[in-house]
Each structure stands twice: as C-alpha cells, then as structure tokens.
Design a protein. Structure first.
Length: 92
C-alpha cells in the first residue's frame, strides 16, 4: 500500500509539474508575441514620425532658400546700384 501511495503521489507531482511547465511555456510564448507586436508598432510610429520631420525639414529648407535668394538678389542690386553711382561720380 505504501508503494502504491508513493507511486500515485509521484504521478500526481509529475503531471502537476508538466502542467505548470506547459503554462509557463504558453506565458512565455504570449509575452514574446506581445513584445514583437509592440516592437512592430513602435517601428511604424517611429518611421512615420521620421517621415513627418523630414517633410517639415524640407519645407523649412525651401523657405530658407527662398529667403536667402531674395536677400542675395537685393544685395546684388544694391551693390550694382552703388557701383553705378561710383562710376557716374568717377566719370564727372
């Protein structure tokens, strides 16, 4: 009777340990899938944010180029006007 009880107790412990191990494996699998999903979502959002920043940077660069072009044009006209005045004064 003692051997039967011991075998029964050993069988119960074996099945309990196997069930616990299977539960742990399932939990780890679910955690890995959740982590993968979170990583994928974060990567998409980061890419989208980077694209928006690149677009805004391009817009800012275009505006800067336009402003710089205007400044250079005005400066060149002013220099040309100054040269013209100096040439007239020199000719007199």
């Amino acid at each position: 009777m003692k051997i039967t009880s011991s075998l029964f107790f050993a069988a119960v412990l074996t099945f309990a340990a196997a069930g616990f191990a299977q539960d742990v494996a399932h939990g780890v699998d679910k955690a890995a899938k959740d982590t993968g999903h979170a990583t994928k979502t974060a990567a998409k959002e980061t890419a989208h944010g980077t694209e928006k920043v690149a677009d805004k940077t391009a817009d800012g660069t275009a505006a800067t180029v336009k402003t710089t072009r205007r400044g250079v044009t005005k400066g060149a006209k002013a220099v040309g006007h100054g040269v013209k005045k100096t040439a007239k004064a020199t000719v007199k």
